[in-house]
Design a protein. Structure first.
Length: 93
């Protein structure tokens, strides 16, 4: 199991290259993207402990900063890059 998990970045890179080179082989998996993403998020959430939530209550500023970056700064930066690159409005949504 250690070999499998220890080389996960390599497996992810190889899988990405394979999908890029042969996208038709991965097209049937498209309907599974949302359920699999939900499964990954559920699995990550299951690793949280009560202490993790207490840390958020004790130090809310990093959480506030992360939410601010996610929903304000990143979209603005994307818009600024698109505008700076001169992309048409259809691509700047």
């Amino acid at each position: 199991m250690t070999l499998l998990t220890g080389l996960f970045p390599l497996w992810a890179l190889l899988g990405s290259l394979l999908a890029w080179m042969m996208p038709g082989g991965f097209a049937p998996l498209k309907p599974a993207i949302v359920p699999l993403l939900g499964l990954v998020m559920f699995g990550m959430g299951m690793t949280l402990t009560g202490r993790d939530f207490l840390n958020v209550l004790r130090r809310p500023f990093p959480v506030f900063l992360g939410v601010t970056m996610q929903f304000l700064l990143m979209p603005f930066a994307a818009w600024a890059l698109a505008a700076g690159a001169g992309l048409p409005p259809q691509l700047t949504v």
